[in-house]
Design a protein around this ligand. Structure first.
Ligand code: NAI
Ligand code: MG
Length: 501
């Protein structure tokens, strides 16, 4: 018996909705040509939440044809018209915010009240922000030669393939869809095979907002089949990806098939530096936000903390007390809990294996360091917020991305030494600096190799401000005007005003 294209779901909080299972192409939900499907697991129970159709090469071909056809008219709209579609979508999503947050929590393991609701609020804001940009994309007149009028037009690429991860399913979709559409591109977005459900509900809202068929296409599917087909497709003009550095490298290679433009937001191992003159109370609170939020499944997590030797033990005592008191664990529909389960069995196992590696490497467990087996939580992928101390530069837990609620703390004596530690990994996403000395703060901000620096905070993010990394954390920027600029390319037009050769 084949999977129906839609079915009714009642969420644990009693909310009901219709789950779509098809591939969203040309504003319709369709079955995959092969009939293949994939299952999404509930991370707090290990039970299947739902099943959806999984796209492969032949389905990607259909989506590309749909998108190419839609591009012809989408690019001819005025900026105001495109902006209106984005605004309309934002308004519809805002009306459905409560339900969408709940679906997102259920699908991904984010706690609803303390986490998922913010992602959906932010998604609404991102769409409104880029809706405002749609009619403000401008080229230039280049005034060199009085006999020539030369000007640039900022044109969309065409069909954008967008591949997103599972840690912020809807928000990562928003960061990619909104600027691409505002700039006049059409899109084919592939969700993560771990979290395919919430984005299919979002697909229904694009249709409701009146987007022309083929403008927004959403495929569920595996990376090695659907993702690969999209990144390598000759009918796709640009690819944007968020996920691991290992997969980012593969995407860049696949994209070389037709020299696609590439934007990559990859992994990180971001340092947080606490100088002796820091406001300790603030450093402790932000350090906890920086690694324990979203179960530590954040590319910009400040997962290495370097503390000045004069305040080392004091910081660790305050930090561990704060984490234990505030970062309570529970299921997605427990309104008090901040930390939910890890997204999947695989991530859960990977994190536990890193905890084991840390112990074997000789790091000291200050708190956590194991799976949470309390009552109902034992069934899910819950790992206790974990603080390692006394780490040394060569340890794997200091250099490799763990992507869980696990932080490595070590001490330093001089600013020069800590900048060296900060820059020692292959990554360069974020860096936090806690100090009351403004001159040191700015000079350290200049010296750390990172795409984003937070002075006296961690993981500050704002859709007006660019987001992205250096070194092996990625290429290009998302958000803000910089993010918009990665979705257009300049066309130069020469007009001969002299009218003869
Ligand atoms: P991944 O990077 O493999 O997956 C991200 C996306 O890429 C998914 O949509 C996946 O289907 C797709 N993908 C995978 N292989 C592909 C291929 N060959 N061609 C095209 N698309 C492909 O990440 P995964 O396996 O889910 O997680 C593994 C590790 O990656 C995590 O433990 C974490 O360290 C890191 N990660 C980092 C993220 C970030 O935001 N920086 C997000 C998710 C994972
Ligand atoms: Mg799931």
């Amino acid at each position: 018996m084949s999977l129906p294209l839609e079915y009714e779901v009642t969420l644990p909080n009693g909310k009901k909705f219709t789950q779509q299972s098809g591939l969203f192409i040309n504003n319709e939900f369709v079955k995959s040509k092969s009939g293949k499907t994939l299952e999404s697991i509930n991370p707090s129970t290990g039970v299947v939440n739902g099943e959806v159709y999984a796209a492969e090469d032949a389905d990607v071909d259909v989506a590309v044809d749909a998108a190419r056809a839609a591009f012809k008219s989408w690019k001819k709209l005025t900026g105001v018209e495109r902006g209106n579609y984005l605004f309309k979508f934002a308004e519809i999503l805002a009306e459905e915010q409560e339900l969408v947050s709940a679906i997102e929590a259920w699908d991904s393991g984010k706690t609803l009240a303390q986490n998922a609701v913010y992602d959906i609020e932010e998604t609404v804001a991102v769409f409104k922000y880029y809706a405002g940009w749609a009619d403000k994309i401008q080229g230039r007149v280049i005034q060199n030669n009085p006999k020539t009028l030369a000007y640039t037009v900022h044109e969309p690429y065409g069909v954008c393939g967008q591949i997103i991860p599972w840690n912020y399913p809807i928000l990562m979709a928003a960061w990619k869809l909104a600027p691409a559409l505002a700039a006049g591109n059409v899109v084919i977005l592939k969700s993560s095979e771990i979290t395919p459900l919430s984005i299919l509900y979002l697909a229904t809202l694009f249709k409701k907002a009146g987007f022309p068929p083929g403008t927004v296409n959403i495929l569920s599917g595996f990376g090695a089949t659907c993702g690969k087909a999209l990144a390598g497709h000759h009918g796709v003009d640009k690819v944007a990806f968020t996920g691991s550095t290992a997969t980012g490298k593969v995407i860049q290679q696949l994209a070389s098939s037709n020299l696609k433009a590439v934007t990559l937001e990859c992994g990180g191992k971001s340092p947080l530096i606490v100088r002796a003159d820091a406001d300790l109370d603030q450093a402790v609170k932000w350090a906890a936000v920086g690694i324990m939020s979203n179960q530590g499944q954040v590319c910009t997590s400040t997962s290495r903390i370097y503390i000045h030797e004069s305040i080392y033990e004091e910081f660790l005592t305050l930090f561990s007390a704060h984490v234990k008191e505030v970062y309570t664990q529970g299921g997605m529909f427990n309104d008090e809990a901040i930390v939910g389960p890890q997204v999947s069995q695989m991530q859960h196992d990977k994190i536990l294996s890193y905890i084991d590696i840390g112990k074997k490497e000789g790091a000291r467990v200050v708190t956590g360091g194991e799976k949470n087996e309390e009552g109902e939580l034992a069934k899910g992928y819950f790992i206790k917020p974990t603080i390692f101390a006394d780490v040394t530069p060569k340890m794997r837990i200091v250099n490799e991305e763990i992507f869980g609620p696990v932080v490595a703390c070590g001490k330093f004596s001089t600013d020069e030494e800590v900048v060296e530690y900060a820059n020692q990994t292959e990554y360069g996403l974020g860096a936090s600096i806690f100090t009351r000395d403004i001159a040191v703060a700015h000079s350290m901000a200049a010296d750390v190799e990172a795409g984003m620096v937070w002075i006296n905070s961690s993981n500050d993010s704002d859709h007006h401000v660019p987001f992205g990394g250096v070194k092996m954390s990625g290429i290009g920027r998302e958000l803000g005007e910089y993010g918009l600029s990665t979705y257009t390319q300049a066309k130069a037009v020469f007009v001969n005003l002299a009218n003869k050769l």
